[in-house]
Design a protein around this ligand. Structure first.
Ligand code: UFG
Length: 339
């Protein structure tokens, strides 16, 4: 059986960490990336960690003939992990067509080519954004989805439905959608990590760039929520733990003989932490003082969300090994390599 796994977006934040974990689990990852939101240095970092060269095809997953030529060249493929997508919530509101075209288009190209090349296993990057503000916490995979609040969120919901429809049909495709909570941190080697474009939107890159002096201060978006300290609660997962879940998902699909199998898994830690807790933990693990102020709420933010991860624990035989403190330490170590 082939050990080759196609990793679209394999130079990106979660993709690059997954490529490392795949190599360490004995697979041969092959990266497709157009470097729209990734840097060539990530490939170099991956190779330094794993100590060997990783095959890279530079191009766009929406480009049918490019992906087809690549698959023709590569021969038997064990599965595809599809990360490549636009991911900025705010931008998706301003540029919905780009988001629908890119995120849905690339999935359709891959599904089509999976049939032609008899590739049966697909792992898809979904998001806890599908739950919106849930009525009950923690959220399980049975928690009802809420109408998407952004075109980005909608592309995740639609993609899950497309995969489910294809799997339910007589077509020989099995699929898993992993619903990510909030990935943070970097590889403990500090050779790969997140490389936000411009000023970061997400909390932890904002924290590390403030600590490094690149940004002047961080604003906490609202302290009047109905939570322990008034700031929003999220489930922050170390990116290496999240990456490991993809390897487990591939192994799970390999262990199942059914030709049509679709499953969804929450991938978080099961623990909710407030924005202030993240900031305090960061200060504790680094010994630094962070310059922060309280500002107004950010439109569209949910008050609190965290995962029930018992399904992934049970069926994928996966559980997290890193703590919030580990993730923040690794995020800071990575930031220091960037200056
Ligand atoms: N926050 C601040 N100040 C900042 C940045 C963030 O207070 O400068 C707060 C936010 O208000 C939120 C928390 O930190 O309470 C986390 O915010 P992030 O932007 O890091 O993450 P989100 O939970 O808003 O978004 C993430 C992903 C999205 C995904 C969403 C699903 O980035 O892709 O989860 O809920 F859609």
């Amino acid at each position: 059986m082939s050990d080759k796994i196609i990793v679209t977006g394999g130079a990106g934040y979660i993709g690059s960490h997954t490529v490392v974990e795949l190599v360490q689990a004995g697979y041969e990852p092959i990266i497709i990336d157009n470097f729209a939101n990734a840097e060539k240095s990530a490939i170099h970092g991956i190779q330094q960690i794993v100590g060997k060269e990783i095959k890279l095809y530079e191009g766009d997953c929406n480009d049918y003939s490019f992906v087809r030529d690549m698959l023709k060249k590569e021969g038997a493929i064990a599965g595809i992990i599809h990360f490549a997508a636009y991911k900025a919530v705010g931008e998706s509101v301003r540029k919905p067509l780009q988001y629908y075209k890119n995120n849905i288009g690339s999935l359709l190209v891959l599904l089509d080519l999976m049939l032609e090349f008899k590739i049966s296993k697909l792992v898809f990057s979904s998001s806890c954004t599908v739950y919106g503000q849930p009525d009950e916490l923690p959220v399980t995979e049975l928690t009802p989805k809420k109408p998407a609040e952004s075109p980005y969120g909608n592309t995740k919901q639609i993609s899950e439905e497309i995969i489910e429809d294809v799997v339910k049909s007589p077509l020989p495709i099995k699929g898993i959608a992993l619903r990510y909570f909030n990935p943070i941190g970097a590889h403990p080697s500090a050779k790969i990590g997140e490389l936000p474009l411009g000023v970061p939107n997400n909390l932890v890159p904002y924290v590390t760039q403030t600590a490094s002096g690149k940004l002047e201060k961080i604003t906490i978006f609202g302290d009047d929520y109905n939570t322990i300290d008034g700031t929003c609660i999220r489930d922050y997962i170390h990116v290496v733990d999240l990456a490991r879940a993809h390897v487990s998902a591939i192994q799970y699909l390999e262990s199942k003989n059914e030709t049509s199998l679709f499953d969804l898994f929450n991938v978080g830690t099961g623990q909710g932490n407030s924005v202030l807790e993240v900031i305090k933990t960061f200060e504790e693990v680094t010994g630094l003082k962070l310059n922060y102020t309280i500002g107004p709420r950010r439109p569209g933010d949910v008050e609190k969300v965290y995962a029930d991860v018992s399904k992934a624990n049970r069926l994928l035989h996966w559980k997290t090994i890193f703590t919030l403190a580990d993730a923040l330490k690794d995020a800071w170590r990575w930031q220091q390599t960037l200056g």
